[in-house]
Design a protein. Structure first.
Lengths: 471, 749
């Protein structure tokens, strides 16, 4: 039995936990405002909001219902376009209408839901953030400029939002129907009734990869759902190590005050990682477990010299493996049967440590990398103390560049070092031609991104005509 | 006036095919398709699927009671492959089950044995082997052979443009159910309800009057549902007829992408000759259109490539030949622009090549050769009301072409790893179907006895706002409040023998038919008002819900007038029929007057290239566009912005890719990328050219759907110019789309 609140209504269903929330919404609840565009999280037509109670406070995030296992809705408030509608139009709907931001209308409910989700955030609204909230929504008609104008209008209306009680404020302003205010209390009664959804087969975090790869198989099974496991959440500093729970989402990591205190440019890295709804779903554990050779988060954490912590669900035993040793071959992991990824940790960086992340894909945002790369580098004056360099899309695994990284240690931070290191780097990679790019392109990209780490981190030193000598 | 659908759109209440509440006993279909691109069918064993729990039927070619044929222009396309498969993803069977999930699982149980045959995916190879869908077409003007002697400069080159997936967010789909007496009703997501009706009737072996097709709206079409919605509607109807149950068939995105055709890739050779004064004297080109495995609309698309092969330029001597090549790909089909973009890209490439070799900006050659009043097009039509020169002047006045060029040059001087590029893209696009018989439409207008009005036409609403425009025409012609008017669904029993909503002509044709019907109704009601009021009808008019006499409000309201007219047995319904006057075209001589009018405009695009990473963005796009006298500037601006984005997408990130075996590699949204909100140009400014507008345009408001797509072609050349700024040894080549991969390789070649 899965229980949740769908718009204003309590749902108790015996549908399989691995079936999709989207199919439940459209074909069981008959709410047809949520549309099917791609079933792979790439169009946003099925965007809904997920409201979750944490410490008595409800927080809403946008998610794509096509990749959400129904079991992950348990104990939550799921909001579709129908659940947003009030008598007349809410200001987000009004803005889209006024700016002619809807043409065929098929993608529109997804945009409205995503933009409404933005209005519900605690932090103050900025126009760019309002636009960014719709980064996961594809519109084939408008060319987006009208939608941008609508987003700016909406953002400007949120200036007086009460950060302590955004939902109450939004209800008062006619953004949301009144039933929202009673949802937290109703959810509390619900959560007791829905305990664990234990199973044996597939382990699922956010579902953003597995439900793309094999949705029909998962729909038929009882997966082990880790997404809402409290013990797997959280990002904390433990004795000089930063520990990230495996169920932390990409968005959790991006917004973590701790992570941002280490890496002030973190947000710009995550801008390149999928879209807001997908970041709200995809977990670090899932990204590691999926073992894709271009896994963005894995590439990032390789440059942090991270360690993976595993727990055997059968024996209770614990084990830790360096992330760079965790991948054997294409989709092959050092993970034993029964083991789940519990957390990932890395040494807390000091002030002289710098991190950069690069990713190139056909479309800059919401795309899968042709090549991605990260570099963590620690300096002492003009000398590189140590460096950790990773590259994705150039090998069967997300690659840690052992030789190049150790070569860099102890060298001067100068053009010759970059050029010499590149010679080693080229030997360490083995890209192949595929839909994400030719071998030649990926080889060239590997060099370019390696150089980009230096131009991004040390622009004064490297962004000049001298650099052209090594290009 | 805002789009009349916008309120139901933003509240999620608009209904698309898959949203129609299902009837009891509805079954669901999934199409089983060929796993190879070319071969002889030795075995097609569906027994495994048929015996699965929940499966109610599997239908193949042998279950077709009528003719296994759905070809749009020529009868060369089967609904289900019978003896041979000719493309990967070609339908072989429809599996119908209690739900889609079961039907999909059952598909996996179908066993085939197909003897593989040679697969051809390249249009030039197909042409060399004589594999053509239709005989080649040639357009000529002047004397190309003598003209080369007059040229001071002659340049040659080769171009490629890629395909483009429509990516309507609503996939293809249909819902078919039986009415009494074996009649069938199909709710289809189609731009061409009559094509669906006719094909379904032929497949089922029944007359057309037994098939009713109804369309409320489409979640995007872009040409992809002009011809290719038909197959799925026919399949649903076939299964519904056999099973005597409602059958719904909504394609999964992966199936849609694999099975359906796309914009035609073109490969071309060009030769361009210029005088010392940079006048284009001669232009010769050969186009190889990759048509796919069946003709679909390819012949008509091929013709439009020829019509637009000189874009907005006057070239006195031309010879352009186009081959429609038959390959083992899904039949390529209509896509916004309909061959026009491909033809225009090639002439723009020729100009860019000449500009590079002569070391002048392409814009100089463009501007010197713009079409002028009374210049003949190569197809014989004399250009009238030519606005391209005015568009250029206004663009320069409003934005300063030289000023922007100076800013770009300055930026490039100052920056090492970032370069900007600029390009101008003029557009001249002819409005009308080039097949004369399609330039007709009908509207049926009912005034109900309470004074409310219902309008049915053959136009399909797919986001372009045609219903809003028809409502405006009705409101203006009857002079009544828009609130009184409802636009009905498009239904073949109310309006028959419709042309597809395509060629940007939906509002013109159907709007004109509506106008004609409304004028008749108005005349009749005014006459009735005259007898009620006892005054000469010549003094009467309808204004704002009242009958006016000599411009003053009478005591006769619209409601009362309508009610009285009904009691007096005056007909309150009218059908309007419109056929575009003057248009004709002789295919034999390739001369005529095919277009009611032309749409003009020019865009200036500035791109910003990251030369370390090979990525780009568009800083701004400035446009002057000839809307005529726009009847709805919100809707028309939306068409410009949307078409621009689609055009830029086609030229940049949208890359349709097949392997050598004819299997689609860019087969999902994770491998085929269309512009997202962050890919939109930072700034898009579009200024309407102040003009009166031509009479054949509805309320003098020009057709707007397709022409602005071609502004996007400038994206290619803007990026190319930015690459040249970084890598002086780069020799411009013409191989669209200009993906980040191609950019990086060219920056460092």
């Amino acid at each position: 039995m899965i229980s949740f609140i769908l718009n204003g209504q309590i749902i108790r269903t015996e549908e399989k936990p691995g079936s999709t929330l989207l199919d439940y919404i459209r074909y069981r609840a008959h709410l047809t405002g949520t549309k099917i565009g791609c079933r792979e999280g790439d169009c946003g037509a099925c965007t809904v909001l997920e409201g979750k109670l944490t410490d008595g406070r409800i927080e809403y995030r946008s998610i794509v219902s096509c990749l959400t296992p129904l079991g992950n809705a348990a104990g939550k408030h799921i909001v579709t376009i129908e659940g947003i509608n009030i008598a007349g139009l809410n200001p987000a709907q009004q803005a889209i209408t006024q700016h002619a931001g809807t043409q065929c209308g098929f993608c529109t409910p997804g945009f409205v839901v995503a933009l409404t989700g933005h209005t519900m955030q605690q932090q103050p609204s900025e126009p760019w953030a309002a636009i960014e909230s719709m980064g996961g929504n594809i519109c084939r008609c408008t060319g987006y400029k009208s939608i941008e104008r609508a987003a700016i209008t909406v953002s400007n209306m949120l200036k007086t939002k009460n950060p302590d009680n955004p939902i109450g404020w939004l209800v008062g302003q006619g953004f949301l129907p009144a039933y929202f205010t009673s949802v937290p209390e109703r959810l509390k009664t619900l959560i007791k009734g829905t305990e664990s959804l234990q199973g044996e087969k597939t382990v699922i975090g956010g579902g953003t990869d597995l439900l793309v790869q094999k949705p029909d198989d998962i729909a038929d099974t009882e997966p082990l759902l880790l997404f809402d496991r409290k013990d797997l959440k959280g990002i904390r500093d433990e004795n000089g190590y930063c520990v990230v729970g495996s169920a932390a989402t990409a968005q959790d990591i991006m917004q973590s005050a701790l992570m941002r205190s280490y890496f002030p440019r973190l947000k710009s890295f995550f801008f390149l990682v999928s879209s807001e709804p997908i970041r709200n779903m995809g977990t670090i554990g899932g990204n590691i477990g999926n073992a894709s050779p271009i896994a963005d988060l894995v590439i990032l954490f390789l440059a942090l010299n991270a360690t993976v912590h595993l727990q055997n669900t059968r024996t209770g035993g614990h084990r830790s493996v360096a992330l760079r040793k965790f991948f054997f071959g294409y989709k092959k992991l050092d993970k034993h049967p029964g083991e789940i990824i519990v957390s990932i940790s890395f040494p807390v960086p000091d002030k002289n440590t710098h991190l950069n992340f690069e990713k190139i894909s056909k479309r800059i945002t919401l795309d899968i990398a042709s090549v991605n790369s990260a570099m963590g580098i620690r300096l002492q004056g003009d000398t590189i103390r140590n460096a950790h360099l990773s590259l994705g899309g150039v090998a069967p695994v997300p690659l840690y560049l052992e030789k190049t990284s150790s070569f860099l240690a102890g060298r001067k931070l100068e053009l010759d070092t970059i050029r010499d290191a590149y010679g080693l780097l080229a030997e360490e990679i083995s890209p192949i031609s595929d839909i994400r790019g030719s071998k030649e392109y990926k080889t060239l990209l590997a060099r370019q991104l390696f150089i980009a780490h230096f131009t991004e981190l040390f622009p004064k030193k490297f962004c000049n005509r001298e650099l052209l000598k090594i290009l | 006036m805002k789009n009349i659908d916008s309120i139901s759109h933003v509240t999620g209440r608009s209904l698309y095919v898959d949203d129609i509440p299902v009837r009891t006993g509805t079954l669901y279909g999934v199409v089983f398709t060929s796993p190879v691109a070319h071969g002889n069918i030795i075995k097609l064993d569906t027994s495994g699927a048929e015996s699965m729990d929940g499966v109610t039927g599997v239908f193949t070619a042998k279950d077709i009671p009528g003719e296994n044929q759905i070809g749009g222009i020529i009868p060369d396309e089967v609904l289900f492959a019978d003896k041979k498969v000719v493309f990967h993803g070609q339908p072989l069977a429809l599996v119908v089950a209690k739900d889609e999930f079961t039907a999909r699982k059952a598909c996996a149980k179908i066993v085939t044995d197909i003897e593989p045959l040679e697969v051809v995916t390249d249009p030039r190879e197909a042409c060399n082997k004589g594999m053509l869908l239709v005989p080649p077409s040639t357009f000529r003007s002047g004397d190309i052979h003598k003209a080369w002697d007059q040229c001071a400069h002659i340049f040659e080159g080769k171009t490629e443009t890629g395909g483009q997936e429509h990516l309507y967010i609503e996939t293809q789909g249909a819902y078919a159910y039986l009415m009494e007496n074996g009649h069938i009703k199909i709710r289809s997501s189609t731009q061409g309800p009559t094509h669906v009706q006719k094909s379904a009737a032929e497949i089922l072996g029944i007359p057309m009057h037994r098939v009713e097709v109804d369309v409320t709206r489409l979640g995007g079409g872009f040409g992809g549902k002009e011809d290719q919605a038909t197959a799925y509607a026919c399949m649903a109807a076939l299964a519904a007829m056999h099973l005597q149950k409602p059958v719904k068939l909504i394609l999964h995105r992966l199936d849609d992408m694999r099975m359906t055709g796309k914009r035609h890739p073109y490969s071309a050779d060009f030769r361009i000759g210029l005088s010392g004064a940079l006048k284009i004297v001669a232009y010769q080109a050969t186009f190889y259109q990759n048509g796919g495995a069946a003709a679909d609309l390819s012949p008509a698309i091929l013709d439009r490539s020829l019509f637009h092969s000189t874009n907005s330029y006057f070239i006195p001597n031309t010879e352009v030949t186009a081959y429609s090549c038959k390959t083992n790909l899904p039949p390529n089909t209509a896509f916004r622009g309909f061959g026009g973009p491909q033809g225009m890209y090639i002439i723009e490439a020729a100009i860019a090549k000449a500009a590079h070799e002569l070391n002048v900006p392409a814009s100089v050659i463009q501007e010197k050769n713009l079409l002028r009043e009374n210049d003949p097009f190569q197809y014989g039509q004399v250009a009238k009301n030519v606005h391209i020169g005015k568009c250029y002047q206004m663009l320069d006045k409003e934005f300063g072409i030289k000023k922007i060029a100076g800013e770009v040059a300055f930026f490039n001087q100052e920056n090492v790893l970032h370069k900007k590029g600029m390009a101008l893209m003029p557009v001249c696009f002819g409005i009308s179907f080039t097949n004369k018989s399609m330039n007709q439409a009908r509207a049926l207008v009912h005034i109900y006895q309470d004074g409310s009005v219902g309008v049915s036409t053959g136009a399909i609403e797919m986001g372009q706002g045609v219903n809003t425009k028809i409502l405006q025409v009705t409101s203006r012609t009857l002079n009544i409040d828009p609130e009184r008017i409802k636009i009905e669904s498009t239904n073949t029993t109310r309006v028959s023998n419709t042309s597809p909503t395509a060629a940007s002509s939906g509002a013109d044709l159907n709007g004109k038919a509506t106008e004609i019907a409304c004028i008749q109704l108005r005349k009749r009601l005014i006459k009735t008002a005259g007898s009620i009021l006892g005054v000469n009808p010549g003094r009467l008019a309808i204004y704002d819900g009242w009958v006016t006499c000599d411009g003053k409000r009478s005591k006769l309201s619209w409601e009362k007038l309508v009610k009285t007219a009904h009691l007096e047995r005056v007909c309150l319904s009218e059908q309007g029929h419109y056929a575009t006057p003057f248009v004709h075209f002789n295919k034999e001589t390739a001369k005529g007057h095919p277009f009611a009018y032309h749409v003009y405009g020019v865009a200036l695009l500035v791109t910003h290239l990251d030369c370390l990473r090979g990525t780009y963005r568009f800083d701004k796009v400035c446009i002057v566009h000839d809307f005529g006298n726009s009847m709805n500037i919100d809707i028309d601006m939306g068409q410009v912005e949307g078409a621009l984005a689609q055009g830029i997408g086609w030229m940049t990130m949208e890359e349709v890719s097949y392997d050598k075996e004819g299997k689609l590699l860019s087969n999902s949204l994770s491998t085929y990328k269309v512009p997202d909100i962050f890919s939109a140009p930072r700034q898009v400014v579009c200024i309407p050219l102040p003009v009166k507008g031509p009479k054949p345009a509805i309320l003098r408001s020009k057709a707007v759907g397709e022409p602005p797509l071609m502004y996007g072609i400038g994206a290619y050349f803007a990026i190319q110019n930015a690459i040249k700024a970084f890598n002086p040894s780069y020799v411009p080549d013409f191989d669209a789309p200009m993906t980040p991969e191609k950019v990086l390789m060219r920056l460092y070649q």
